[in-house]
Ligand binder design. Structure first.
Ligand code: G3I
Length: 331
């Protein structure tokens, strides 16, 4: 095979057959041409960081705002990129008018069904995956469902209902349950138990999203390999949906050692995806270090992505590329 030098992640991902995606701030995308060029150059899949969430779309009873969501869908089509949806249900994205509106459980259920049908139906034929439910599992020991507006309103079987409604609206799209710390440890057991129960009940679920928000120093271990293998043994896909590897910076630039360490984590995760047929993609949660949620939400931490603040590829970018290149050469 003839390969040109300096292939982008996107070119390598296309050749290796592993979607490599990115979370996009669609508001920025609509105003910043360079940001759009970088996305289309390096990635072959995209997801909106915020603009497909209910709080962004669902503005009132029968009142939906699709301006930014449509913008990303159109950008993805124009640039031949896969589109992933995040998310139909999340306790942190309940529209205030709905939460505080004094609606009965029956009305909430009926409006939510309508909402899911409308949103999923709108992108039918283009959307390849939806995160149907995000972060429904409690962090408390015992791994129960998190105590949320949705649990209160819709009852303990609410996941069954929302997956079914999404499936009614688009029988072809892959439906995911998405969570953090789903890669290994107690939350991964809880996720495994939850999706196993959904499958036993005949719920249309097709994948598990593992957010992969790591701290620098993360390395692939046997527990993570076993976890993705047991998800695959259920017949489900899985995906690294929100990858970032944050560094402790405390106001200082990243050191060479930190960057090298981060590259090892990104390389490990890419190798995990490539060595497991159930891996449907590897997505980064932000385009560059300038656009990550980390510095704003985790004080003192930063530089978590493969492109630096000036869109220059970091050692992490080279590690993902190397891993993809090895796959392409071995094929
Ligand atoms: O758009 C407004 C802007 O007009 C306003 O001036 C500014 C002032 O705070 O807020 C802006 O909205 C913020 C939005 O991000 C866009 O930047 C919201 O306050 C802020 O809450 C929102 O945070 C997002 C967070 O989810 C909550 O929705 C982060 O960008 C986004 O990275 C984060 O993503 C989540 C995933 O959905 C689920 N997994 C964890 C992940 C990280 O928390």
């Amino acid at each position: 095979m003839n390969l040109k030098a300096d292939l982008t992640l996107r070119e390598l991902a296309d050749t290796a057959g592993l979607p490599i995606g990115v979370a996009v701030n669609v508001d920025r995308l609509s105003k910043d041409a360079e940001y759009g060029n970088v996305i289309a150059k390096h990635f072959n899949m995209c997801v909106a960081e915020n603009q497909f969430k209910p709080a962004a779309i669902w503005k009132g009873e029968d009142k939906y705002d699709f301006v930014l969501a449509d913008y990303l869908a159109s950008f993805a089509r124009q640039h031949g990129m896969l589109l992933r949806g995040h998310t139909l249900l999340w306790h942190e994205s309940v529209p205030a008018w709905l939460r505080d509106g004094g609606y009965s459980s029956e009305s909430v259920a009926s409006m939510l069904r309508e909402y899911i049908h409308c949103v999923v139906g709108r992108y039918r034929g283009q959307m390849v995956q939806w995160d149907v439910v995000n972060e429904a599992i409690s962090d408390e020991p015992g791994n129960h469902l998190r105590d949320t507006f949705w649990l209160k309103m819709l009852g303990p079987n609410y996941l069954h209902k929302v997956f079914e409604w999404a499936h009614e609206a688009d029988p072809e799209v892959s439906l995911y349950y998405n969570d953090y710390e789903a890669e290994a440890g107690p939350k991964s057991d809880a996720v495994y138990n939850l999706v196993s129960e959904l499958l036993r009940s005949g719920v249309p679920i097709h994948g598990v999203g593992m957010q992969c928000h790591f701290e620098n120093g993360w390395r692939l271990n046997q527990e993570t390999v076993d976890n993705v293998s047991r998800i695959e043994a259920l017949g489900l896909q899985w995906q690294a949906t929100e990858t970032d590897v944050r560094m402790w910076l405390d106001g200082q630039p990243a050191t060479t050692e930190q960057l090298a360490n981060q590259a090892l984590a990104y390389g490990d995760l890419t190798n995990l995806c490539l060595s497991h047929p159930g891996c449907a993609g590897l997505l980064f949660w932000g385009v560059s270090d300038a656009h990550s949620w980390i510095p704003g939400f985790r004080k003192g931490w930063g530089a978590p992505l493969p492109l630096d603040e000036a869109y220059r590829p970091k050692p992490a970018y080279s590690a993902v590329s190397q891993s993809l290149l090895s796959r392409v050469i071995a094929a």
